[in-house]
Design a protein around this ligand. Structure first.
Ligand SMILES: Cc1cc2nc3c(=O)[nH]c(=O)nc-3n(C[C@H](O)[C@H](O)[C@H](O)COP(=O)(O)OP(=O)(O)OC[C@H]3O[C@@H](n4cnc5c(N)ncnc54)[C@H](O)[C@@H]3O)c2cc1C
Length: 270
């Protein structure tokens, strides 16, 4: 289907991008276009102005500052997979980016677009919650940071308000933490039916479930043993959706399977 007519702007600075987003009520950022263009084709959203971020090279930067990995919002999955900074400081981010869809999607899709669309089946929202990431957002009134726990508000809804831009995502370097990710997907490269990310650091066990709610569900099992992890999923207050791929009960079952596998992978690395 053809797109509805839409205005297009290609700013050359972050300030200009924010001015454009704040100055037009129906303006939306265009990153890799892998979600928004499909959503526009399906007429599920129809922004009046697309503000293309692809000229903002500064937003693609990946760096390490002290104990923190800084990922620019426009860093693509392919770039993340090839980054020595990611490999050294938090390799799970590259490992999971490599599992997203196919090479075309990985070449265009960005970490910022992935989290800003907050499709509950996306790979990165639960991972970034488990890792305790922080998002930096800028609008006309200045810059603020929001923890990943508070960033995801609902399906396609995040803490990035109209007129604002996600600039970067900060992930603590692994130090003595060990991470794991597991998913059940539709086919080899397909969408997740259930997913879980785990982070073990000392006595702390953080597990974030994907696909079972509108936002990632963070659990803190009392230990990394299988029973504790299963119990944490079983006692979570969730009502997973039912669809053609899995009933609600089956999705809850898969969530426990993924959580146990993610924690096992993390344990093997600790
Ligand atoms: C065939 C196919 C299969 C896919 N399979 C998977 C999968 O298995 N797992 C997975 O995780 N994803 C999957 N995706 C989605 C893909 O990862 C997208 O790339 C991602 O969800 C959106 O990133 P994008 O850079 O393309 O963002 P866009 O589509 O350009 O933007 C998405 C949304 O985020 C907003 N946005 C983008 N960047 C910013 C910013 N910096 N600040 C504020 N708002 C911003 C846009 O306005 C828009 O609303 C798939 C996509 C396709 C086409």
């Amino acid at each position: 289907m053809l797109l509805r007519e839409v205005e297009y702007a290609r700013p050359s600075s972050v300030e200009e991008a924010i001015q454009l987003l704040a100055g037009h009520e129906g303006a939306r950022a265009l990153a890799g276009g892998q979600t928004i263009v499909n959503v526009m084709k399906a007429r599920a959203a129809s922004p009046d102005v697309l503000v293309d971020l692809n000229r903002l090279d500064g937003l693609r930067a990946i760096s390490v500052a002290g104990e923190t990995l800084q990922l620019g919002a426009m860093a693509t999955y392919t770039q993340i997979m090839a980054s020595s900074e990611v490999e050294v400081s938090r390799p799970i981010v590259a490992e999971v980016a490599a599992q997203i869809a196919d090479v075309q999607v990985r070449n265009r899709g960005t970490i910022g677009g992935n989290v800003c669309s907050n499709d509950p089946t996306n790979h990165l929202p639960p991972l970034l919650v488990a890792l305790g990431a922080t998002m930096t957002i800028r609008g006309e009134s200045g810059e603020r940071t929001v923890s990943a726990d508070d960033f995801f508000l609902g399906v396609y809804m995040t803490a990035v308000a109209e007129g604002e831009l996600l600039l970067s995502i900060s992930v603590p370097a692994a130090a003595n933490a060990a991470d794991g990710f597991a998913s059940v997907t539709i086919g080899r490269d397909g969408t997740c039916i259930a997913s879980a990310a785990a982070c073990l650091a000392g006595d702390s066990v953080r597990v974030a479930l994907g696909c079972v709610d509108a936002v990632p569900v963070l659990l803190s099992p009392t230990s990394s043993d299988e029973n504790s992890v299963r119990q944490a999923v079983e006692s979570a207050v969730i009502d997973p959706p039912s669809d053609v791929h899995a009933s609600s009960d089956y999705r809850r079952h898969l969530a426990a399977v993924c959580a146990v596998r993610a924690v096992q992978k993390a344990s093997e690395r600790s």
